[in-house]
Design a protein around this ligand. Structure first.
Ligand code: SF4
Ligand code: SF4
Length: 174
């Protein structure tokens, strides 16, 4: 299957309509850090350059702000395309170009699945364990704690079974 068909089977994103106007890349807040700008990713998908796209840091640095999707004259959901690329890369067991970002997503989802909501100190602790980076932002963490920005208790979730069902139907479906 061509790469574009794989992407469109996940998100139906009309990538083939891209005419390289670059409006997406001009609005992207992260573009300077990316291996390839969003319009380049669109082109590479059309050219079937699967490995280059899936191994790039672009798909991991994208913060899903949707600025690109809003600016696209062809209504291509570029943020959705980045999501689809991440999904394919994970399913294939590729080593993510930005491992810390992947670990953060993973930890975040595990916490939501376990508790229905995020408990920030627990999220930080689990992320630190996953990355084995315990001290790099300790001062910032202490400042946030002193200003009450890290909530120790999170509100209870009424229907945790519904959250479990949601994960079973999406993340763990096979
Ligand atoms: S804004 Fe849309 S049409 Fe223009 S380059 Fe980006 S994806 Fe392609
Ligand atoms: S959704 Fe991703 S690619 Fe699009 S503008 Fe935001 S960070 Fe850039």
């Amino acid at each position: 299957m061509a790469f574009i068909d794989e992407i469109e089977s996940i998100n139906s994103e009309l990538v083939a309509k891209c005419f390289q106007c670059q409006r997406c890349s001009c609005g992207c807040p992260i573009v300077d850090e990316m291996d390839y700008a969003p319009h380049q990713i669109m082109r590479m998908i059309l050219l079937d350059q699967r490995d280059k796209v899936l191994d790039s840091n672009t798909i991991w640095l994208c913060v899903s702000c949707e600025t690109c999707s809003t600016r696209c004259p062809n209504d291509i959901d570029i943020a959705g395309v980045m999501d689809a690329c991440r999904q394919i890369a994970i399913e294939e067991g590729r080593k993510p170009a930005e491992e810390r970002i992947y670990k953060f997503y993973n930890t975040f989802l595990k916490r939501v699945e376990a508790g229905g909501r995020i408990n920030e100190p627990m999220l930080v602790a689990m992320f630190k364990l996953a990355t084995k980076d315990f001290f790099s932002d300790m001062r910032l963490g202490m400042k946030m704690g002193l200003k009450g920005k890290l909530k120790l208790l999170s509100p209870k979730v009424k229907d945790r079974a519904a959250i479990k069902r949601m994960f079973a139907q999406t993340l763990h479906k096979k």
